[in-house]
Design a binder for this molecule. Structure first.
Ligand SMILES: [Zn+2]
Ligand SMILES: [Zn+2]
Length: 387
């Protein structure tokens, strides 16, 4: 075959961690990035969140993965080069890239700043770019991205904390705003206290909303109330508690990505309350139509992970910076749940040791509580990249 190797496909060498098959194991990967085009921003990757989607994609759970696959779509770094027609960024700027890196720029969706709905939208990794080559994500040392899909990270936002906002953050910020669940006095339920749930609680509280966390696990209560500042906590398996809360909420943000019943959640809503589904279970959920007909006008919003429009992403990162939520404790609480993944998943996703690499670095991630591993894991990966 005349095809070029991954290292020679483009002019600039790059290094990352790639899944080679469905095992979920990542290993070192030498590849290349395109030259900085006239509208491109090139940046050094400093931080990247680990999203649950990365796990799904690494293992081809959704049947759309192409290997080698470099995951990562919560990417933050520092600009090292800009193209001749780039207007919004300069060398040294702190920037981020989320889940998409391209679109057609001419369809109705693109013209309405809704590139995430463009039929030709290009994902940050495992998708064909305009030039026909495969996109690679942020588990790597550098990115080159059209400035249209690059966001500026405000100065008062720590870069490590900014990364999760580019997928988890926008995923919950956007529906809170879009469905009017951002008004003081509104009562919102947040189902699931993983990565999305944490950020949803922080945003909603910062907006002056009354927040009730709903979880199957009573163990999350202290975290919800004391660390994240939620107003109340419901154990979804406790019939009495759920019964008492019926009809009290203006909206419910359901972040659970496993199959679960939604009727109990619908019951929590006031008439015309809004159920917003942002988790992505692998199998269909059962939709109880009768309660919907019986006067509960519910808006079901099913959105893919972090795929929101560019202005929304910009406003999300800026809002978060402005909300001054970023005291060290808050950052750690959020990072501690950047992604809701099981220890087992993470074990599988842990990188295989690179040649000559310190074993200690590879095992750095193990033995810590789930999501915190993600950040630590990635920091250890970055340490290797810089090596
Ligand atoms: Zn994501
Ligand atoms: Zn388009």
């Amino acid at each position: 075959m005349a095809e070029k190797s991954y290292e020679e496909e483009h002019p600039t060498k790059a290094f990352g961690w790639a899944a080679r098959d469905q095992s979920g194991v990542l290993s070192p990967f030498k590849f290349s990035r395109r030259s900085t085009g006239e509208k491109d921003v090139r940046f050094k990757v400093l931080f990247c969140g680990i999203c649950h989607s990365d796990l799904h994609m690494a293992k081809n759970d959704w049947g759309m993965s192409t290997y080698p696959l470099v995951p990562g779509h919560e990417i933050v770094g520092e600009v090292t080069e800009v193209g001749s027609k780039v207007e919004k960024f300069k060398v040294g700027d702190k920037v981020g890239v989320g889940c998409m890196v391209g679109s057609c720029h001419s369809c109705d969706s693109c013209n309405s700043d809704l590139e995430n709905y463009c039929p030709k939208m290009i994902l940050t990794y495992s998708t064909k770019y305009h030039d026909g080559t495969t996109t690679y994500g942020g588990y790597s040392d550098s990115m080159v991205t059209d400035e249209h899909f690059v966001v500026r990270i405000p100065d008062n936002l720590p870069l490590d904390a900014a990364a999760p906002l580019l997928c988890a953050g926008i995923t919950v910020y956007s529906p809170l705003r879009f469905y009017g669940l951002d008004k003081p006095g509104t009562h919102v339920g947040v189902v699931g206290l993983g990565g999305l749930g944490h950020v949803a609680v922080k945003f909603a509280k910062a907006m002056g909303v009354k927040v009730t966390v709903i979880s199957t696990s009573p163990k999350k209560k202290q975290e919800a109330l004391e660390h994240l500042g939620a107003d109340s906590f419901l154990v979804s398996r406790d019939q009495d508690e759920m019964q008492a809360a019926m009809g009290t909420m203006d909206g419910v943000i359901d972040t659970v990505s496993a199959v679960h019943p939604i009727l109990p959640l619908i019951s929590l809503l006031k008439t015309q309350g809004k159920l917003v589904l942002v988790g992505a279970p692998e199998k269909p959920l059962e939709l109880p139509v009768f309660p919907l007909i019986m006067g509960m006008y519910i808006c079901l919003h099913l959105s893919a992970c972090g795929l929101f429009s560019c202005p929304d992403t910009r406003s999300c990162t800026m809002a978060f910076a402005a909300m001054k939520l970023l005291a060290a404790a808050a950052v750690m609480a959020m990072l501690a749940s950047t992604v809701a993944v099981s220890g087992q998943d993470l074990g599988e996703l842990a990188p295989a040791p690179a040649p000559g690499m310190d074993e200690g670095a590879a095992s750095f991630s193990h033995g810590m509580s789930g999501p915190l591993i993600c950040s630590s894991l990635f920091l250890s990966v970055l340490a290797l990249l810089r090596h």
